[in-house]
Design a protein around this ligand. Structure first.
Ligand code: DAH
Length: 339
């Protein structure tokens, strides 16, 4: 019996040495230590032993059981360590490998310029007002001193939703919306989309952007308009920029002017950007017409104001010497990624 027990120990050790996973380990445990295992089978035969032999064999059996149990526990530990080491080895990351780069977008040049314009005017105390793109005929035209059948409507033909509702052809109606709600002093700008029924070409689009400005207070003069626009133009186009006011007509301002800046490329000598003029037209402006003030319940005897409006696409095209406006709408990344 002693030999049998020693054989079991040797067999168990041999099998344990070959075990390579938890399932196989459990098999060995059942095979040698389980209820129907080899060790139990031997112990069942102990009844046949003599009284002297029994404690000796009993002790040996217990030692062997303890030894096998310990070896199983050791093996279990070893398997665990091996598994961890294997995982660590497999999951090593090479921190020096080049990463995946994600393309980062950027702001559209129209938006960049709009932000610059807003920053400049904000620094002069203007706040930003908004108005609807779907507008009433009254606000887009009539309250701006452009009655029905006025020839000024021809140059601003737009898209009509009904007889009385249209897509605004200019940001000027925001002037009226602000003056109806707010009492002077007023100092606002309003950037936004406008629409006209123009065919698409290098300088026209049925949708484009304008930035409107309005100042109303006691004692506002054309001198204020000129000073403010000069400050703006220097910040936008450079310190040596000069302004030129040409008399013009807008129904909602009197007097009215078209305003040019000296060419910031050639300084006024004449070049491709200014088409040899030395000057570049950038906006329309004037003193708010008394009829417009009165229509908004502001007394023109007490208050006066100036207004101006510019096309943002135009400013972008001048600034970056872009000769075809369509580039601004086609979203071709080869174009856009230059800004
Ligand atoms: N709204 C005019 C246009 O679209 C531009 C303009 C001219 C706006 C003179 C003004 C202004 O506020 O005073 O052609």
């Amino acid at each position: 019996m002693k030999e049998q027990l020693l054989q079991i120990k040797a067999d168990a050790e041999a099998k344990l040495a070959a075990v390579d996973g938890d399932a196989a380990l459990e098999q060995v445990r059942i095979e040698f230590l389980g209820k129907k295992g080899a060790l139990t089978a031997v112990l069942r035969g102990m009844g046949k032993l003599t009284a002297e032999e029994r404690p000796v064999i009993g002790q040996l059996a217990n030692e062997i059981r303890a030894a096998i149990e310990e070896e199983i526990a050791e093996k279990k530990e070893a398997l665990k360590t091996a598994a961890l080491e294997k995982r660590l080895l497999e999951e090593t990351i090479d921190v020096t490998a080049p990463g995946t780069t994600f393309p980062v977008g950027r702001r559209h040049p129209l938006d960049q310029v709009e932000q610059t314009l807003c920053d400049i005017f904000r620094s002069m105390g203007f706040t930003i007002a908004e108005g609807p793109e779907v507008e009433y005929d009254t606000y887009n035209f009539q309250k701006l001193n452009i009655p029905e059948n006025h020839p000024a409507r021809d140059t601003q033909d737009t898209f009509y939703i009904t007889d009385k509702v249209l897509l605004r052809s200019q940001t000027s109606p925001v002037q009226v919306r602000v003056m109806e709600k707010q009492r002077p002093p007023i100092r606002i700008i309003s950037p936004g989309r406008v629409y006209r029924s123009d065919a698409v070409d290098a300088t026209h689009s049925p949708m484009f952007h304008q930035l409107e400005g309005l100042v109303v207070d006691k004692g506002i003069t054309m001198g204020d308009l000129k000073g403010m626009l000069e400050t703006f133009a220097r910040q936008m186009f450079g310190d040596s920029t000069k302004l030129r006011f040409r008399p013009h007509h807008f129904p909602f301002t009197e007097p009215s002017a078209e305003v040019d800046v000296s060419c910031f490329v050639c300084g006024g000598k004449g070049c491709r950007v200014c088409k040899n003029e030395g000057w570049i037209e950038i906006l329309g402006a004037g003193m708010v017409h008394p009829n417009v003030l009165r229509g908004c319940d502001i007394d023109p005897e007490e208050y006066s104001g100036f207004a101006f409006g510019m096309g943002i696409e135009r400013i972008v095209m001048i600034k970056y010497a872009i000769d075809d406006m369509r580039n601004l709408y086609e979203n071709d990344l080869r174009f856009l990624s230059q800004f």
